[in-house]
Design a binder for this molecule. Structure first.
Ligand SMILES: [Zn+2]
Length: 97
């Protein structure tokens, strides 16, 4: 008897709670995703800034007297690797080949 009474009541409760959940879940999900999204970018920006600093250090290396920077491949090479000079700068033998 108690079981018979309990079963239909449970189904009604379920359909009610499902409707309530349907309205609640999207709100909850978008809310938590928003919080995580705003947290992640700031966490990624810090290591990114460090990396760009390192890259700048490498690029800023000044060419030595017996070196040149190829205007085509932007590699610093020895003067003996110059194929010819152009208006913008020197072209290495590899690029001229
Ligand atoms: Zn080159």
């Amino acid at each position: 008897m108690a079981t018979d009474y309990d079963a239909p009541r449970k189904t009604e409760d379920d359909s009610e709670s499902i409707e309530a959940l349907k309205e609640r879940v999207p709100d909850k999900l978008s809310g938590s995703v928003d919080v995580e999204d705003s947290d992640n970018p700031s966490g990624f920006e810090l290591p990114g800034a460090d990396l760009s600093d390192l890259e700048l250090d490498v690029v800023v290396l000044p060419p030595q007297e017996d070196e040149f920077t190829c205007v085509n491949c932007f590699l610093v090479k020895h003067r003996s690797q110059v194929d010819h000079d152009e208006a913008g700068g020197a072209i290495c033998k590899e690029c001229a080949a």
